[in-house]
Design a protein around this ligand. Structure first.
Ligand SMILES: [Zn+2]
Length: 371
């Protein structure tokens, strides 16, 4: 199993310069091969695989652009691999055509690989290739037997730096027996988080919504300011601060909720939603869909359940959870505006609760078949 620990780091001015160069070099390499692949693509030539691009980078590009030799070589390789992943998603029709990374609008980050002790989490410091030791807040340490795999260094929009260290570890966990009473289904809610099959509705907390409103207001204010003026930059910084606070609040909340569920239930059933598809469906609620963090909630839930020897079951996408009566199994059309499921068999229930019960039942069925 994999697990990442994220640390705040405080680079010196010199280290900060090297970080900026590394972010820039990764962006340069990414954009260089994107341009090359695009040209090939337009001329009907074959796609160049990531190994070929990486060899080209080492043999040719680094000779033409010698400054690339000064940064972490793994970072450049990973940038090439990230571009390849973007293309693979595009080929599988899971994503759009890869886009150029802009100096101003893309997240600043790079990933480097572990080899021969080049990365280490020490007391108050993190050791990284090329950078050496960087001052860090080491709030937790991985157990001795975990293997360090990678580190991702990033700069947030407010100028703070983080290192996310990825570990791999063997899970010696006994699978838990599933008590049928401890099985729960969750139905995704775009305007909250989920409705569970026991009828409990989980929304985002009030303070988070308040902060979101503040963010929208601050963004509106930015539009009224003159582009690139002092006040404009000030407002940009303010927005970055609010956005970061909102993101942290959301993460804390999602951690709290996922831990609660993982402690309490043996088996959790959810729908396998393609969030992107939902967001693009054009109900005008795309923003809510993308912003409420359901995807990261499910990721947290999955590893927390697995750590406890429990399971998350994803129901196939086509399963008509909201159209099926959870009592008699009849299926009917349910426009989004209809909030109650009324069935000829006499069942009458909140639409989301009915869906959550169906998800629970279907998930438990899948579990029993596999067991
Ligand atoms: Zn019915």
């Amino acid at each position: 199993m994999n697990r990442a620990y994220k640390y705040r780091v405080y680079p010196t001015a010199e280290q900060e310069q090297l970080l900026t160069d590394t972010f820039g070099s990764c962006r340069f390499v990414y954009n260089h091969y994107l341009a090359l692949q695009s040209e090939n693509y337009q001329q009907g030539k074959a796609y160049r695989n990531k190994t070929a691009c990486n060899n080209d980078c080492n043999r040719i590009l680094k000779q033409e652009q010698p400054w690339l030799k000064q940064v972490d070589k793994f970072a450049l390789t990973n940038a090439i691999y990230a571009l390849d992943s973007a293309y693979q998603r595009f080929f599988r029709r899971q994503g759009g055509y890869p886009r150029f990374k802009s100096r101003h609008h893309s997240r600043m980050s790079y990933t480097t690989n572990y080899t021969n002790g080049n990365i280490a989490v020490l007391a108050g410091e993190i050791k990284l290739p090329k950078l050496g030791k960087v001052g860090a807040v080491v709030h937790r340490r991985a157990p001795e037997d975990w293997r360090l795999k990678q580190a991702t260094v990033s700069r947030e929009s407010d100028g703070s730096y983080y290192v996310s260290v990825l570990y791999e570890y063997e899970a010696a966990i006994m699978p838990q027996a599933v008590n049928p009473e401890q099985v729960i289904g969750l139905d995704y809610k775009s305007d909250g988080l989920y409705m569970d099959s026991d009828g409990r509705c989980c929304g985002m907390p009030h303070y988070y919504r308040k902060n979101q409103k503040k963010l929208t207001k601050a963004q509106r204010k930015l539009k009224a300011k003159q582009l690139q003026s002092v006040n404009y930059r000030k407002q940009q910084k303010k927005i970055a601060r609010i956005a970061k606070k909102a993101a942290n609040q959301r993460k804390d909340y999602l951690h709290k909720k996922s831990t609660e569920i993982a402690n309490r239930y043996d088996l959790v059933c959810v729908e396998d939603l393609s969030l992107r598809a939902l967001a693009n469906r054009g109900f005008g609620n795309g923003k809510a869909t993308m912003d409420n963090g359901y995807g990261s909630f499910l990721t947290m839930l999955k590893y927390k359940l697995e750590e406890r020897g429990k399971r998350l079951i994803r129901i196939e996408k086509w399963y008509a959870s909201s159209k099926t009566c959870s009592r008699c199994g009849a299926v009917k059309m349910m426009p989004l505006s209809v909030r109650r499921y009324e069935c000829n068999c006499g069942m009458s229930m909140d639409r989301d609760l009915n869906a959550a019960i169906n998800i629970r039942n279907r998930g438990y069925e899948i579990y029993l078949k596999a067991a």
